[in-house]
Design a protein around this ligand. Structure first.
Ligand SMILES: [Fe+2]
Length: 370
């Protein structure tokens, strides 16, 4: 490298990423990996939050999203927050409450526990409280701060902005765990709310096309751009393989199993084993498939940027339209069971033998060959 080139490399006028610069300045651990066990991430004092925290950057996080972890000490609380980016919060551990002061001055407080999901309406003031005097609590947020910081590259505009968004707050009972079922079509039915007390108990809807008795529901939270949905696989089943753009952050909610990821049919699979606390994000265009090996059902949550209501990108628009559950043969991005590589089912049967769960895939796949 010439001296002149070295000088360019060292300047702050070239190939900037204002979000990454900002997060480095926050002084919290930044974990980067393909998949992460959120229970194992170390957190450190985060002056902005008044709690401990960490940032989690998955390889497949895409351009718009990041994850934050916030730890509330026993009896602790966060400082009041307000910011011009969206945040969908998934409770990893602990019990507590969050107070949201809406644009109209109304104050909403709701109590959460493990596997609760909630949204913080855009630029509303909020504060988290740990409800236990003896146990800590850990929250994981999916946010679109990278997108917002890279558009405006102004910390003041994002964290010190008085603009109100009353239309984002929704009905008062949305904070009480109530909501509205919005029928669309299988795999796209929506539940509009701000707070889901437990993803484990949420009623799901059938989604035949994605395979093997799976069920799901899509959330419309705080009228936002952040997408979230939860899906379940019955005992002894797995979903069909598929691919899409980056940034679907997949969290195991309950059950145990694994996911395989690959680009080309003959590649060695990347494998992620999951249980509650594990999150991973399939990178752009990488095929992936989720397998339940648990003696009971397995359920996961996915958070992404670009929602069914506001897809934001053409990639998300086509994904939510037909892409996700239309066969590759018909121009979609899904691999039907009859088209999948036979080693997929062989691995699955080997894994089931270890857990003792019985395959229920015989109705979709001729298992006599295995
Ligand atoms: Fe996916």
């Amino acid at each position: 490298m010439s001296e002149a080139e070295a000088e360019w490399e060292a300047t702050d006028k070239y190939l900037l990423d204002p979000y990454l610069d900002w997060i480095k300045g926050e002084g919290i651990p930044i974990v980067e990996d393909f998949g992460v066990d959120l229970f194992a991430v170390e957190t450190k004092p985060w002056a902005r939050m008044g709690t401990k925290g960490a940032a989690v950057h998955l390889k497949g996080r895409g351009d718009f999203m990041s994850l934050f972890l916030v730890d509330l000490a026993p009896g602790g609380k966060s400082d009041q927050q307000r910011h011009l980016f969206e945040e969908v919060v998934y409770v990893i551990d602990g019990h507590g409450s969050t107070t949201v002061v809406a644009a109209d001055g109304r104050k909403h407080t709701f109590e959460w526990g493990p596997k609760s999901l909630f949204a913080l309406p855009l630029n509303a003031t909020y504060q988290h409280f740990n409800g236990s005097g003896t146990e800590s609590a850990r929250l994981c947020s999916g946010t679109n701060l990278p997108m917002m910081m890279n558009i405006f590259h102004s910390e003041g505009f994002i964290f010190d902005n008085p603009y109100e968004f009353p239309e984002r707050v929704g009905a008062a009972d949305y904070f009480a765990g109530e909501g509205e079922f919005l029928p669309v079509k299988p795999g796209r039915h929506m539940w509009e709310t701000n707070f889901v007390p437990s993803l484990s108990n949420m009623e799901l809807q059938g989604w035949q096309n994605r395979g093997a008795g799976g069920t799901s529901i899509v959330f419309a939270l705080a009228d936002g751009l952040m997408h979230s949905h939860t899906s379940e696989m019955p005992v002894g089943t797995y979903k069909k393989g598929h691919r899409h753009g980056a940034d679907f952050h997949v969290f195991c909610v309950h059950g145990t199993g694994y996911s395989l990821l690959w680009y080309n049919p003959d590649d060695e699979y990347v494998r992620v084993d999951w249980r509650h606390g594990v999150v991973f994000a399939p990178p752009e265009g990488m095929f992936h498939q989720h397998f339940n090996t648990d003696p009971s059902s397995a359920r996961y949550l996915a958070i992404a940027l670009g929602s069914q209501r506001y897809p934001f990108t053409e990639s998300k628009r086509s994904h939510f339209d037909k892409g996700v559950d239309t066969s590759l043969k018909d121009g979609g991005n899904q691999i039907e069971y009859e088209d999948q590589n036979p080693r997929i089912h062989k691995i699955y049967l080997e894994e089931l033998a270890k857990t003792g769960a019985e395959s229920k895939m015989g109705q979709f796949i001729d298992e006599s060959k295995y």
